[in-house]
Design a protein around this ligand. Structure first.
Ligand SMILES: C[S@@+](CC[C@H](N)C(=O)[O-])C[C@H]1O[C@@H](n2cnc3c(N)ncnc32)[C@H](O)[C@@H]1O
Length: 205
């Protein structure tokens, strides 16, 4: 069964209407994640029912918008996405899509300015995709991920630094890893721990 049909029809309708396609192609020069990856993240959120999501690399806010739509559609009113962007870029996309209450936007980097929350359920790493940048993000994020929580890395297909760094890091830390080779690809690393799902609503599964 498709989890949360309403959410997916909302996401796909927005694409079909060309609203997000405008964002993908014009304003950000293709910086944003693909529809496939957006649907994966929304499914993952529907399944895991996370409370705390961190994103490194806000870009123009497309991925955080999809993730926030998933939180909203699942009625997760106390959940939040903390999204971090190095560039000084004013954004209002979350208000436009009615999800501003689910998103906190920080300008800076995890290394210098931004203090990460504790007990992160999902971290989405989508910054500059170099080995140096990815390892820096993993080192800062990992202690803040709750046991059983996840770090998802974007774009291993076109960026070997992402793939190699996630592989090495997961081996060194005894993590399980799934490599999802579709679209731009996703590396899904799970920190060892008791359980993946924080809260599950059976009617949505
Ligand atoms: C691929 S884009 C992000 C796309 C976005 N996640 C989406 O799908 O809509 C990468 C972004 O990461 C930002 N960035 C690069 N290095 C960073 C860092 N160390 N910390 C935070 N943001 C960073 C870049 O300025 C750029 O806007």
């Amino acid at each position: 069964m498709i989890p949360n049909f309403k959410l997916f029809s909302e996401i796909i309708k927005k694409y079909n209407a060309g609203v997000m396609i405008g964002v993908h192609t014009k304003e950000n020069g293709g910086l944003a994640i693909t529809l496939q990856d957006s649907i994966f993240l929304a499914s993952f959120i529907t399944y895991l029912q996370p409370k705390i999501i961190v994103e490194i690399g806000t870009g123009y806010g497309v991925s955080s918008t999809w993730m926030a739509l998933a939180l909203k559609a699942n009625g997760l009113t106390s959940s939040r996405i903390h999204t971090i962007e190095i560039t000084d870029r004013p954004l209002d996309i979350w208000g436009t899509f009615g999800v501003a209450d689910w998103v906190t936007y920080y300008q800076g980097t995890t290394v210098n300015e931004v203090v990460l929350p504790e007990n992160i359920d999902i971290a989405f790493v989508d910054e500059d995709h170099t080995e140096e940048c990815v390892i820096e993000s993993l080192i800062h994020l990992y202690p803040k991920i709750r046991p059983g929580g996840f770090i998802v890395g974007h774009d291993p297909i076109y960026c070997p630094g992402v793939r190699g760094t996630f592989r090495d890091f997961s081996k060194q830390n005894g993590c399980q890893i799934i490599e999802l080779i579709q679209g731009q690809g996703l590396m899904i690393l799970q920190k060892p721990g008791p359980g993946a799902i924080r809260r599950k609503k059976s009617e949505d599964m």
